[in-house]
Design a protein around this ligand. Structure first.
Ligand code: GDG
Length: 425
């Protein structure tokens, strides 16, 4: 038994090793939970991000960190395998085919046990433990067995699929049993919660749409915005996409929509910036996704671009958070077109970056964010004509719609999200 009254358990610790020192990783979850961790004598259990590295607990940025070691096998079977090649595609409605592999499942059980044991050691008598996301669905059950005295919450950041899909999973009963260790499970949207409740009603559930740390999206200086727009040729319409390079995000579909609009002459004087962070690159489907996207970008620029004036400006690297604000502020139209997304924070960040209610958001109906940001130009990414129509609609934006969404996001930030979940727990 430890002395932490509040324990967060997540696959990753909220730090990145840069050279020989640590930096707090960007992201709303840390921003939301750091104050709670400081106020409540808390700690964060997670993997530090380097394979095979074993670290003693340490303190960083005022947060106690409890590292869990993952070796090469854990990384390949638990992380790349079961988490990202089984659960990720299954929970995103089979956009690609999930693989069911006994070795990966065994590793998932083993690694979940490591996390549960670390949490059990860290938690004080009667502590509150908040487990995060699909990689750790067995932790609640394992933890409750080790420590019946603790209160356990779980939040699923990605969608929860319909029963007919979930039931494909050979280990569906074990996952449900694991989750039954919770005192409360939080979902992004009502439909996720409803899907889960069709399987079992033995657990308390709730819907808690996650949000952003609105203060992290600083209003970009005007000269930076002007410089960026000039760099892409001061187009009439500057379009933007910001995503992990993931097949769920619909990056190719938005490119095809732009290509088709250019072909029809329905869109002119346009530039499109696509920022794509490298992601899960050893997994085959991720490599194919990247290849397809890059091929489309090359084709579109070849067909419609000019020397010194490409249509698509593509960056396949991570951009510093401060710079991201400039991209958001500069964009006339933000394209968020996932086939399926738990929430999609990028949509909320774009809205937050437009305090003057300029700009327009094209948003997939299949993103969790569409529930709250229903004033966006909504589209169905499975229907190219629908994406095209939304883009055309967004070329004549409506400030009232943007204003409404901006006010909503500023009021419902990630701190409010954490507070509402913890109060309910
Ligand atoms: C999962 C769920 C859910 C992106 N490029 C750069 C960069 N980013 C940041 C964005 C944003 C975050 O990454 C991406 O968050 P999303 O929510 O859009 O997507 P996932 O990574 O798939 O997240 C999702 C989320 O969990 C939270 O519950 O909303 O549905 O899939 O914050 O700004 N940040 C920096 N450089 C980049 O190039 N610094």
């Amino acid at each position: 038994m430890g002395d932490n009254e509040f324990v967060v358990v997540a696959n990753r610790l909220p730090v990145d090793k840069v050279g020989d020192h640590y930096e707090v990783s960007p992201g709303g979850l840390v921003a939301a939970l750091a104050p709670v961790l400081r106020a409540r004598e808390g700690c964060w259990v997670g993997w530090p991000g380097n394979i095979g590295e074993t670290l003693e607990p340490f303190e960083f940025g005022g947060i106690s960190l409890v590292p869990v070691t993952l070796d090469q096998n854990d990384f390949e079977r638990f992380y790349e395998g079961f988490s990202n090649s089984t659960l990720w595609p299954l929970y995103h409605d089979l956009i690609v085919q999930p693989e069911y592999n006994q070795e990966w499942w065994d590793s998932y059980v083993e690694v979940n046990r490591k996390f549960a044991e670390a949490a059990a050691r860290a938690a004080a008598d009667g502590a509150t433990v908040w487990v995060q996301d699909y990689q750790l669905q067995l932790v609640p059950g394992m933890l409750k067995e080790l420590r019946p005295d603790v209160t356990v919450g779980f939040f699923l950041h990605i969608p929860f699929p319909a029963p007919a899909l979930f039931q494909q999973l050979p280990w569906r009963n074990e996952i449900l049993e694991g989750l039954k260790g919770c005192d409360l499970i939080g979902f992004q949207r009502n439909t996720d919660e409803d899907n889960f409740r069709l399987l079992t009603q033995d657990i308390r559930t709730g819907t808690f749409p996650i949000s952003i740390d609105a203060s992290e999206i600083a209003v970009a200086p005007e000269e930076d915005v002007a410089k960026l727009r000039a760099a892409v040729g001061n187009p009439k319409h500057l379009l933007l996409g910001v995503d992990r390079m993931d097949y769920t995000k619909g990056i190719l579909q938005r490119l095809l929509a732009i290509e088709s609009l250019l072909e029809e002459g329905a869109l002119d004087d346009v530039a499109f910036i696509q920022l794509a962070t490298p992601s899960r690159e050893r997994i085959e489907h991720y490599r194919t996704t990247r290849k397809d996207v890059e091929e489309a970008i090359g084709r579109i620029n070849g067909r419609f671009g000019d020397v010194g004036r490409p249509i698509v400006h593509y960056i396949h690297r991570s951009v510093p958070k401060e710079k991201l604000g400039t991209f958001y502020a500069a964009a006339d139209i933000m394209l968020v077109t996932p086939f399926k997304d738990g929430m999609n924070l990028v949509a909320k960040e774009y809205v937050a970056a437009h305090p003057n209610a300029d700009g327009a958001l094209v948003l997939s109906e299949f993103a969790g964010a569409a529930v709250e940001l229903n004033q966006a130009y909504l589209c169905n990414p499975f229907d190219l004509e629908s994406v095209k129509a939304a883009i055309v609609g967004a070329t004549e934006p409506d400030a009232a719609r943007m204003r409404h969404m901006h006010d909503w996001v500023m009021e419902h930030d990630v701190a409010a999200w954490a507070q509402s979940f913890l109060e309910e727990l």
